[in-house]
Design a protein around this ligand. Structure first.
Ligand code: LLP
Length: 427
């Protein structure tokens, strides 16, 4: 459903609009979000999981009010993990019952606001939080629907996963050592809580389904344990997000229908074996929906050939609009998008304008040898965890998000201005 094309003149177009016009109108750097593609990805997930399952878009990947409206219109639910994301969701009209509230250290005030708003579920992350949410609900005279986030001893990243007996990280309550079973026991005792299910999230940028399968098996065995001990069959399981996307041509991501089929089969099989009714499944894709739907367009500034090494191509943004290369050694591709070129490819490193040598956007890339200041280059797959992790380092002004659909472009998050920066500086 991507509407990105390359014209005969070498100019990239999105939804029929040349990137050169977008750069002229909105400036650079800018995140260009293909709304048609974003919505199509929402629908692909919703269709793959069908009416007996729920898809929660993970707002941490990228959230704005326009995005909330698209999710609402396309029938998705929303996972938020802070008061700020909750406020954005509610202010754009997402019905509270379609919101799930996550986080390993929700504040008392955030919990109160979420309960008061009537969010569909709060995902409990610790023993202390079980009590905090129960208190908040009771104080408001509510019974809050909750899930318990368990750590299943599976950690998955990209092509590999590790299944271990215990984990050393901050999220969730361990299945190991009977901790999760104890959490269920406590949650079932508290009047303010309606425990509806178990939640598991095993990692991000995952290509291999094996980790999800181990997680699903372990969650179902907890459901069986709960049934045996309390005579209660919890009706929901959430298997989190984490589906990987293609950042470079070497990545080969799974499609939503493959995930839906694999998860559906494993949960059904395990539940049948345990004599349980199949629970309602939900998932929380963030990157897989937002990531491929946007690219960043930069203007080339200084081009500095280093004899025998490579050419450093400096752009007008950098680690302030995409921290992922510096932070995770993430790989990206890049292309000249404002014209065609017959010049030989040259080995480049695309770097930003920040005062830091780790300020790299694309570590190794080939760009035409006639690349010159003023050319536009684009880095694909920057829709997730780029604008949402952007910073003002060096007092950089965070770039706008421009949504393009059906030949029309509009700003959905505007570019920051120096006035925005100075407004916060009240000393
Ligand atoms: N659900 C939960 C509970 C999560 O913690 C996350 C991501 C998701 C869903 C969505 O995962 P996704 O489908 O987007 O992989 N900043 C990192 C990614 C951090 C992911 C954190 N949790 C990056 O840029 O790669």
């Amino acid at each position: 459903a991507r509407t990105v094309r390359r014209g005969d003149d070498g100019v990239l177009t999105v939804g029929g609009i040349p990137v050169t016009s977008l750069a002229e109108e909105f400036g650079t750097p800018a995140y260009i979000l293909d709304e048609t593609d974003f919505r199509a990805r929402c629908r692909a997930w919703a269709d793959a999981f069908g009416k007996d399952a729920d898809v929660f878009y993970a707002g941490k990947a990228f959230l704005s009010r326009a995005v909330v409206r698209w999710l609402h219109e396309e029938g998705l639910n929303l996972d938020v993990c802070s008061g700020g994301e909750l406020a954005t969701a509610l202010s754009a009209g997402m019905p509270a019952e379609r919101i799930a509230f996550h986080g390993n250290n929700k504040s008392t005030e955030e919990i109160r606001r979420a309960v008061e708003a009537g969010v569909g579920r709060i995902v409990l992350d610790s023993f202390q939080e079980i009590v905090r949410v129960a208190h908040a609900a009771q104080a408001l005279g509510r019974r809050q629907r909750v899930q318990i986030r368990v750590t299943v001893g599976v950690e998955a990243h990209t092509h590999e996963f590790i299944a271990t007996a215990h984990e050393d990280q901050k999220f969730g309550i361990a299945l190991a050592g009977g901790q999760a079973a104890e959490a269920v026991r406590r949650a079932l005792q508290l009047d303010g809580l309606e425990l509806v299910g178990i939640h598991s999230h095993i990692g991000s940028q995952i290509f291999d389904m094996a980790g999800f399968e181990v997680a699903a098996r372990r969650v179902v065995s907890l459901l069986a344990e709960v049934r045996d001990e309390h005579g209660v069959e919890l009706p929901e399981i959430d298997l989190g997000g984490g589906l990987g996307i293609a950042y470079t041509s070497e990545d080969d991501p799974r499609e939503p229908h493959e995930i839906a089929k694999a998860l559906g089969e494993i949960v059904t099989r395990e539940c049948e074996a345990a004599g349980l009714a199949t629970p309602r499944i939900s998932v929380e894709p963030g990157r897989a929906i937002a990531g491929p739907a946007a690219f960043t367009v930069y203007e080339v500034g200084t081009v500095k050939p280093l004899e025998g090494l490579r050419t450093y191509v400096s752009v007008d943004g950098g680690m302030s609009d995409n921290i992922r290369t510096a932070l995770y050694d993430a790989e990206y591709s890049v292309a000249l998008v404002s014209r065609s070129s017959e010049a030989e490819p040259m080995l480049c490193r695309v770097v930003g304008k920040h005062c830091e040598s780790g300020d790299i956007v694309v570590r190794d890339a080939f760009l035409p040898a006639d690349l010159a200041p003023g050319d536009l280059i684009a880095v694909p797959a920057t829709g997730a965890y780029c604008r949402s992790m952007a910073s003002n380092y060096n007092h950089a002004l965070r770039p706008p998000v421009v949504a393009v659909a059906d030949g029309a472009a509009r700003v959905i998050v505007r570019r920051e201005t120096e006035e925005d920066l100075l407004r916060l500086d009240v000393g």
